[in-house]
Structures are given as structure tokens and as C-alpha cells.
Design a protein around this ligand. Structure first.
Ligand code: FAD
Length: 434
């Protein structure tokens, strides 16, 4: 499976193009090989370089480092996500386990940006779960009970207050959580690349074609060279399955997003000059929509099984038109053609939305499948999988391993049918929220 991305992502376009790019062109041996240089792989590499300053560590990516989903996401560093139900004590306990992992993820990112003085437009502005449907009050009231029991500060808001704060009268009800951070995902991942210590060798545009284990060595074949390694960490998230990693537990999903240009002073006044905000949908397939520090609006309102993963230009344009409609619905006062670019990104899912964090075989490790929480959890899992692969233990690993493990997927064709019909049903349920 080739990894090729469109070049439309606004977050990437905000950054200065990189110049120091090396590609694998010969055969190499190493102590540690990490496949995938997004938040997970970069964090694993950073941690390994601290643990083993004298060992040879290679990090490889099929495209430019960080330019996969890690640069292409919406930039919500979440402390909580909305899940239906959670009425029994057992469900509450499971929710707490999930939220404990999110909290560790936020700490891991915070620690990184403080240590390296990273500017990634960090804004601790909290977030809103919002819906245009008044009947969604029931879902938000249930969620509010869950948050109250776990001590998360939040409040319910209605149409007029939402309009005052966010400049849109589209939503009838919202639950605001105090926790949650908005950031510039491209700046964050670029910082992780820029600070890679000199004992990490980074090869980009170098696609792992296949791999196998021979006694105590793992042999990895790339287009222009091979790498033999003692230990390997797979950090390819949406591409775990295509590399044969936990294939019966995860599957890829393609998401698309669009970003407007910066609003002019007049346009900004028309939407009530709000502070930066981020909305997540109450219904799973509804739109996530946020503003940025420099007055742009980002919208993501698709999640689909797309084969090939990468969108063709015309497929992307179709989604971009839907996103233009999504912005117009919320901000009819703004001009029609303010979307500046649209892009897609690949993530991975498991059946029960749980993450992969494990030893696959002797000296072979994998981390991934974060649903909508990969910024924090990917950073955390990258660091901690490096520690686990070193046969060490931490409190963080104990918290991660206390979660429910991913459930096995049904076999094909039931898997495809199941995923497609579930997505179709969720899309139908959320059609007013797209
Ligand atoms: C549109 C969109 C919106 C999102 N919004 C949010 C959000 O608001 N908040 C949040 O927390 N998460 C969000 N996510 C999810 C988040 O981006 C991911 O969970 C996160 O980036 C995962 O990081 P990663 O390092 O594990 O994977 P990636 O960033 O996907 O990195 C994996 C890397 O592996 C490389 N690779 C794959 N196959 C190979 C191969 N064979 N050989 C070599 N390299 C390979 C890829 O090129 C890629 O760079 C969103 C994702 C998308 C696409």
C-alpha cells in the first residue's frame, strides 16, 4: 500500500519547507528501528535516544516526517470525549480508564512543549460538544452526569449564549468542558522533528515494503535498501493493517477537512469577534469545527472507508463542497468562497475504539489506533512503547494497560459490510449536523 498524500493541508502550508531530508539509499544495521514518523514514532524515537544515547536508532517514514495525519488533524488535544450511555458503574469505570489515558496524553504533550519551548498556538480554551437538535439535550444531560461524577468542570449552554460566545446561531444546545486544548498540529509535530537528537537517523520518503523475522533479527525491505534491526516499533497508525500488524483488530478510515482563509476585520465583526473556540459534534458523524488563532475556520465532516486511502482530486473536491455548505449553514453571514484548501488524512480504528499498545512478538512492538485523540495519546504511547520495548515499567504503562483491549474484528466480508452500514447509519443520524 503506497503512502501518498495530497498537498493541500493548510497546517503544513503554514510551515517553512524542510531542507535536511535524507532518503534510505543503502543497507543498514541498527539496534532500534521505528517505522512511521508522526507523533507516535517521533515520541518513541525521542525517548529511545534518551534511554540509549550510544545505540544506533533509525526512524523511517514513507513520506515527509510528520506530514501524515499528525499534521492533518483538527488540533483538539482532548481530555474527554462524548460517549452515549455511561449509566452503570462499570461503564463509568471504563470511561474513567479512558479519561485517565487522555490526561496522561495531555501531560506528555505539555511536558514536551515546556521542555523544548515549543510555540504551537497552545490555547487552553476548553471545548464545546454542540448540536442543532434540541432533543440531543438528553445525550448531553447523560454526559453531564458522567462528567460530574468524575469531577470534570463543565456547563450546559443554550442557543443565545452559544451565539454570543461563538458567533453562530446554528446550535441549540452545547456542553462546554473547561478542559481541552486547541493547538496547531503542524507546528507541534514539526517541533518534534526539529529537536530530534543527533543519535537518531531519520530517513524520509522511504517506504517499508515488507518485513520478516529471522531468529533474533528483523529484516526490513525498502525500495532502495534494507535495514536489519534488533528491535522494531511500528508507529504507522492508519497503515498498521497494511503492514500486517494486528490486522484482525484495526482498520483504516479516511477523513477530510477544509480550512478557510483568515477572515477580514469586517467578516470577523459579522461573526461577533469570538475568542478561538472548538466544537465537537454530539452525533458521531457530525462536523468538528473550530476557529484558529489567526481567524481561520476549520471544518471536518467526513469519515469513510475509502479505497485507495488517498483521495483523488475530484473526490476531495466533492467533500470540499460539503464542507463549504457546512460552513455556510453555521455562518450564512460570511461570503461563499472562503475555503482556501482541503485535504485528507488516514487514521485507524478498532471495533471498540480502544487503542493498540503492545508487544506483538519478541522484539516487535506496536502502538496506534487513537480515534480522535492521537495528539495526546500518540505522544504518550510513543514514549511509553519505547519504555515497554526496553523491558521497563512505569505508572503510565500500568494505566494504559488497564484499559479494555481492542476487540477482534469480524472476518470479511462481514467487516466491510458492518463498517459501511454503521457509517451510513451514523451519517444519516447526523445529517443535520454535517
Ligand atoms: C482530518 C483529521 C482530523 C483529526 N482530528 C484530530 C484531533 O482534533 N485531535 C486528535 O487528537 N486527533 C485527531 N486526528 C487523529 C490524529 O491525527 C492521529 O491519531 C495521529 O496523527 C496519529 O499519530 P501517529 O504518529 O500514530 O500516526 P501518523 O501521523 O499517521 O503517522 C504515521 C506515519 O507512518 C508512515 N507510514 C505508513 N506506512 C509506512 C510504511 N510502509 N513505511 C514507512 N512509513 C510508513 C506515514 O507516512 C505516517 O507519516 C485527526 C486525524 C485526521 C486525519
Amino acid at each position: 500500500m503506497e503512502v501518498i498524500n495530497d498537498n493541500g493541508c493548510s497546517w503544513i502550508k503554514d510551515l517553512t519547507p524542510r531542507t535536511n531530508v535524507k532518503t534510505l539509499k543503502s543497507n543498514e544495521d541498527c539496534d532500534w528501528l521505528i517505522i512511521g514518523a508522526g507523533y507516535t514514532g517521533l515520541s518513541a524515537a525521542r525517548k529511545l535516544s534518551q534511554l540509549y544515547p550510544n545505540q544506533k536508532i533509525i526512524l523511517v517514514d514513507a513520506q515527509l516526517a510528520g506530514e501524515g495525519a499528525s499534521s492533518r488533524n483538527s488540533g483538539y488535544l482532548v481530555d474527554t470525549t462524548l460517549n452515549d450511555g455511561f449509566t452503570s458503574n462499570k461503564e463509568l469505570e471504563n470511561y474513567k480508564k479512558k479519561a485517565d489515558i487522555y490526561a496522561l496524553g495531555i501531560n506528555a504533550v505539555k511536558k514536551f512543549i515546556n521542555e523544548y519551548q515549543v510555540d504551537c498556538d497552545w490555547n487552553e480554551c476548553g471545548k464545546y460538544f454542540a448540536s442543532s437538535k434540541s432533543e440531543d439535550k438528553k445525550i448531553l444531560t447523560n454526559f453531564s452526569n458522567t462528567l460530574s461524577q468524575l469531577g470534570y468542570e463543565h456547563n450546559l449552554l443554550f442557543k443565545n449564549e452559544i451565539y454570543k460566545r461563538l458567533g453562530t446561531s446554528f446550535y441549540n444546545i452545547a456542553l462546554q468542558t473547561k478542559g481541552g486544548i486547541l493547538l496547531h498540529p503542524g507546528k507541534l509535530v514539526r517541533a518534534m522533528i526539529d529537536i530530534l537528537p543527533s543519535n537518531i537517523c531519520l530517513y524520509e520518503n522511504s517506504h517499508l515494503l515488507n518485513w520478516n523475522k529471522n531468529k533474533d533479527t528483523i529484516l526490513c525491505n525498502f525500495k532502495n535498501g534494507n535495514i536489519n534491526t534488533k528491535k522494531i516499533i511500528f508507529a504507522t497508525n492508519g497503515f498498521l493493517k497494511s503492514l500486517g500488524i494486528k490486522s484482525n483488530y484495526n482498520f483504516p478510515i479516511t477523513l477530510t477537512a477544509s480550512m478557510t482563509r483568515s477572515l477580514t476585520d469586517e467578516e470577523f465583526k459579522l461573526i461577533k469577534e469570538p475568542r478561538e473556540w472548538g466544537i465537537l459534534p454530539v452525533r458521531p458523524m457530525g462536523a468538528t469545527i473550530r476557529t484558529t488563532k489567526d481567524r481561520r475556520i476549520l471544518i471536518r465532516n467526513t469519515a469513510e472507508v475509502h479505497n485507495p486511502f488517498k483521495m483523488s482530486k475530484s473526490d476531495l473536491e466533492k467533500r470540499s463542497i460539503n464542507q463549504k455548505i457546512g460552513i455556510k449553514k453555521r455562518f450564512p453571514q460570511l461570503p461563499n468562497d472562503i475555503i482556501q484548501s482541503s485535504w485528507s488524512g488516514i487514521v485507524s480504528r478498532t471495533r471498540n475504539s480502544s487503542q493498540i499498545f503492545e508487544k506483538i512478538d519478541k522484539n516487535i512492538f506496536a502502538a496506534g489506533c487513537y480515534n480522535g485523540s492521537g495528539i495526546g495519546v500518540g505522544t504518550l504511547f510513543g514514549e511509553q512503547i519505547a519504555i515497554k520495548a526496553s523491558n521497563e515499567n512505569t505508572k503510565e504503562i500500568e494505566t494504559i494497560e488497564a484499559r479494555n483491549k481492542p476487540n477482534r474484528l469480524p472476518p470479511q466480508p462481514f467487516l466491510s459490510l458492518g463498517v459501511k452500514s454503521r457509517l451510513f447509519y451514523e451519517r444519516l443520524r447526523a445529517r443535520s449536523e454535517i
